[in-house]
Design a protein around this ligand. Structure first.
Ligand SMILES: [Zn+2]
Length: 268
């Protein structure tokens, strides 16, 4: 479909298709990563969310139809990363498969000597190349303020990474961004995580980021939106690259104090 025609159809849809402000605001309150968005950004997010719900097909695996509130919760989380990129960034895929809980995935992996290992894993989410986004609803509900865990943002980051082929931690960069700076920032962070893991230290970011460059981008994206100040303090160069890529500065708008207060008022 021609880009201008798609845009025209979308604008026309939004004339009557905008989701109600009440429903939007109610579910928005459950997404701490949206804290601090200004009126213009919230308006844009509501338009993106309306289009997302209209265009994506939700399919329930192993349970009854996904409730409207849950679809909205997934849509808000999915649209936050593309707030300044546009819904076009998700044009390559259409289906979201929602499992009630973590799901089993068969996988095959060839090791360095050519032996194929087969196994079964429990997963909270998956993003298939040119295919659906798969997520566990209980993990969507488990997102908590400022802890850097957000399965929808994680899988959507993989989808963005796939916009230029196989996911490799290298989404299509914008004009003016430097490939060298992107690679340098992520390589340094990736190496640092590996070094800390090698020394048996705790990592400041979920160690899953050290699995592969693709997981590194997806996990860092979760922290970028969910725990931006922590990410900026630990890996400022990565934060800067993600701010340029997502065209957002969550550390400047979010009130991460709630995270701090749970740390200091906790049991110790
Ligand atoms: Zn992943």
């Amino acid at each position: 479909m021609l880009a201008w025609y798609r845009r025209w159809r979308r604008n026309r849809y939004l004339r009557d298709g905008l989701i109600s402000e009440d429903a939007f605001t109610q579910v928005l309150g459950r997404v701490p990563a949206c804290d601090g968005l200004d009126a213009g950004e919230l308006d844009r997010l509501r338009r993106l969310v309306s289009l997302f719900l209209h265009e994506k097909v939700f399919s329930s695996a192993g349970h009854a139809e996904t409730a409207a509130q849950d679809r909205l919760l997934i849509a808000i989380n999915a649209c936050l990363p593309v707030l300044n990129l546009g819904i076009e960034a998700y044009d390559e895929w259409a289906t979201i498969i929602v499992y009630p809980d973590e799901f089993l995935v068969d996988h095959e992996q060839e090791d360095e000597v050519g032996v194929v290992h087969r196994g079964r894993d429990l997963r909270a989410g998956e993003a298939w190349e040119r295919g659906p986004l798969v997520i566990s609803l209980s993990d969507v509900h488990a997102q908590s303020a400022w802890e850097g865990y957000n399965v929808v943002i994680h899988e959507c980051a993989h989808k963005l990474d796939m916009c230029n082929g196989t996911p490799n931690g290298f989404p299509p960069l914008h004009r003016g961004m430097s490939i060298g700076r992107w690679t340098g920032a992520f390589t340094q962070a990736y190496d640092d995580l590996h070094a800390r893991i090698g020394r048996g230290e705790e990592t400041p970011i979920d160690a899953y980021a050290a699995e592969s460059p693709a997981e590194c981008f997806a996990v860092f994206s979760e922290y970028f939106f969910e725990a931006p100040r922590r990410l900026r303090a630990e890996y400022p160069a990565v934060y800067e690259q993600l701010a340029q890529y997502y065209r957002q500065d969550p550390a400047a708008r979010n009130n991460e104090k709630r995270y701090q207060s749970t740390i200091f008022s906790g049991s110790g």
